[in-house]
Design a protein around this ligand. Structure first.
Ligand code: CDP
Length: 637
């Protein structure tokens, strides 16, 4: 194809080329051959192999004396602007990734340049109440799993178990059974893929099968490829908080007629008990998700589903590609040996990576055409962070202190502010997202709760001028920020997960050749500086559940600063999620860790507090409550 392009472009003559042009073309080959990449030139998509073929053709023809223009001019002709700048961009992005400063989500890392070319982690599919629709969603889900994506589905439109099926005069098997189909598909498809696709299964609190759904996963081996969450709307909170009897009506998904009446307190107690036992279900607060959902006007519907780990709410057939900035790398060492956060560097990397993620939308190969259409209509991206806990360790600020929360709040606000500003700049050069004019953006509304709910004095940035710019020029991405779990990314970048405190600062690994300790790298440095770094101390920390608390050898300042997920009270976990959520456009992947001895009442209190502080969802993990615990902190565990 490239060869044809060259011939078609009528740039040949017999006048010959000089050696310099040929050398220049070859130098591009060297420069660009080290990376996998894909970019758009005019109407064509170029990847590494196309580009290689273009250069090879050029060199062959030039050697025969058949090229009349220099290689650079050829690129300019094809691209309409100097391709040289692309080479610089590629180097810039490549350095950002190899320097562990920023990583796109694992599907981008695994599939870019490959045959699948599917680059997004997050998808949501619809699930309508008909056999054909159910099977279409199942087949769409299979294609998404194949490419390494995860799918969220709200099953609330499916009629309840035992309801009538008119065409066969039979009875419906209910949403929980249909979840098993997708669970099996996930299991089967994973064999051929690089990672097991994850699912989010949602049922809203008013659905007649809600109780069965809540207790369904308390036994091992059931729906293992699913995270499950109950979706909550205002009416449920109203029954729970504002009525004395707590009466709450479950309704038929077909006609919304009442099916039975339950007690809202009993339902939340059941959810809390189940989460206490087995860490599921989670809760999704759809009232909070839709409170500032400026996109609802364009879609004429509220958001009703999230991706598997809950950080992205999406409409059916929407996808989102994520990427995370490693914040610990922005702590810069000062002359006196202390560290300071580089706010200027943060702004720069936010701008560059917002652009990076926007580019991904166009070079992405979507698994089904509907997903391509919906994703390009909203151009949703999910720029987030990782290494938050490591940054705080490095700056010697306790995660769960006033200073810690203030810093996290500013980090969150800056992330969204600069990425939205960059998205407006992109709208000016590339155009706003196609449905922008139909949303509430032109009316001056923004999907950021902190802007409305936090006092103006506590804002770190001037939002009004940005809102004016959006009204004038639109914005290129419906939402720009999210905080992902960064399960794989944080391992590649060797930093703490997302905005979570470290789970364990030291843990022991036993392998065939012996045992060794994995130590958080910032702690390792601090122990060395304090002259405390020995195998004995590492063993003691590992045996202390990876925590420094109560170890006599460890100075108090280190015990205060190096806190683990289990050292932090659950209410402080909620606070931290809250300060991030104030400014993040989408949501936060976070686990509210609780010790083994909390009560079901504590879990219930956590739900109420979570809703009160404006979280969009919540997941509890009580120590030891999962059937399979992924990470064992000490040799005894
Ligand atoms: O670090 P990485 O890019 O691999 O992903 P993550 O931040 O841990 O997870 C981001 C999203 O990827 C999740 O919310 C899921 O939607 C999806 N995911 C999945 O489908 N399957 C997995 N095994 C892990 C993540």
């Amino acid at each position: 194809g490239i060869g044809d392009m060259l011939y078609d472009s009528q740039i040949f003559d017999k006048s010959g080329n000089n050696k310099q042009d040929i050398d220049e073309a070859k130098s591009y080959l060297e420069k660009l051959d080290a990376f996998d990449y894909k970019f758009k030139v005019g109407d064509y998509f170029f990847n590494k192999w196309h580009f290689r073929s273009l250069i090879t053709h050029y060199v062959t023809l030039a050697n025969k004396g058949q090229m009349k223009i220099s290689f650079k001019d050829l690129l300019t002709l094809l691209a309409g602007k100097k391709l040289e700048s692309y080479a610089d961009k590629i180097t810039e992005y490549f350095t950002m990734m190899t320097g562990q400063d920023f990583l796109p989500n694992s599907p981008t890392m695994m599939n870019a340049g490959g045959r699948l070319g599917q680059l997004s982690a997050c998808f949501v599919l619809g699930m309508e109440d008909g056999m054909e629709e159910i099977m279409k969603s199942t087949s769409d889900a299979a294609l998404i799993f194949k490419s390494g994506g995860g799918v969220g589905i709200n099953y609330s439109n499916l009629r309840e178990e035992g309801d009538i099926v008119a065409s066969t005069s039979g009875v419906a098997s209910g949403p929980v059974s249909f979840m098993n189909i997708i669970n099996t598909v996930t299991e089967v498809v994973k064999q051929g893929g690089k990672r097991r696709g994850a699912n989010m299964g949602i049922i809203e609190a008013w659905h007649p099968d809600v109780e069965k759904f809540i207790t369904n996963k308390t036994e091992a081996g059931v729906l293992e490829n699913f995270n499950v969450s109950v979706g909550i709307w205002e009416d449920f909170w109203h029954a729970l908080v504002n009525t004395t009897d707590g009466n709450y009506v479950l309704r038929s998904p077909r006609d919304r007629k009442p099916v039975k009446e339950i007690n809202a307190h009993q339902l939340i107690d059941l959810i809390a008990l189940s989460a206490w036992k087995s860490a599921e279900p989670g809760l999704i607060f759809f009232d909070q998700i839709n409170k500032y959902n400026v996109f609802a006007k364009a879609r004429q519907a509220p958001l009703r589903a999230t991706n598997p780990c809950g950080e992205q709410s999406l409409y059916p057939y929407e996808s989102c590609n994520l990427g995370s900035i490693n914040l610990v790398n922005l702590a810069k060492r000062q002359a006196d040996g202390s560290y300071e956060f580089d706010w200027q560097g943060y702004e720069e990397i936010i701008r560059k990576t917002t652009r990076f993620l926007d580019n991904i939308i166009d070079v992405n190969n979507y698994p089904v055409p509907e997903i391509s259409t919906a994703s390009k209509e909203s151009r949703r991206i999910g720029l987030g962070v990782m290494g938050v806990a490591d940054l705080l360790y490095r700056l010697k600020i306790p995660y769960n202190s006033q200073e810690g929360y203030e810093l996290q709040s500013k980090l969150s606000e800056a992330l969204t502010y600069y990425s939205m500003e960059e998205s407006v700049a992109l709208a000016r050069s590339r155009g706003e997202f196609p449905l922008c004019a139909k949303t509430e953006y032109p009316e001056g509304k923004i999907p950021i709760s902190g802007y409305y709910e936090k006092s103006k004095e506590s804002h770190s940035y001037e939002w009004e001028p940005l809102i004016e710019e959006i009204k004038k020029h639109g914005i290129r991405n419906v939402l720009t920020t999210t905080v992902a779990p960064t399960g794989t990314l944080s391992m590649i970048a060797d930093c703490s997960n997302g905005m979570e405190p470290a789970f364990a600062l030291v843990f022991e690994k036993r392998v065939t050749v012996g045992r060794f300790f994995y130590t958080n790298k910032i702690l390792e440095e601090a122990l060395k500086e304090e002259g405390l770094y020995t195998d004995e101390i590492l063993e003691k920390i590992a045996d202390n559940y990876g925590s420094l608390k109560g170890l006599d050898e460890i100075p108090q300042w280190m015990q205060d600063v190096f806190v683990t997920a289990m050292d932090i009270h659950w209410a402080d976990h909620l606070m931290a999620q809250g300060v991030w959520q104030d400014w993040i456009g989408n949501a936060i992947a976070k686990t509210i860790n609780m010790p083994y001895d909390v009560t079901v009442e504590d879990v219930k209190s956590a739900y109420l507090l979570a809703h009160e502080i404006g979280l969009k969802g919540m997941t509890v993990y009580r120590d030891g409550s999962r059937h399979k615990q992924v990470l064992h902190m000490t040799s005894e565990n």
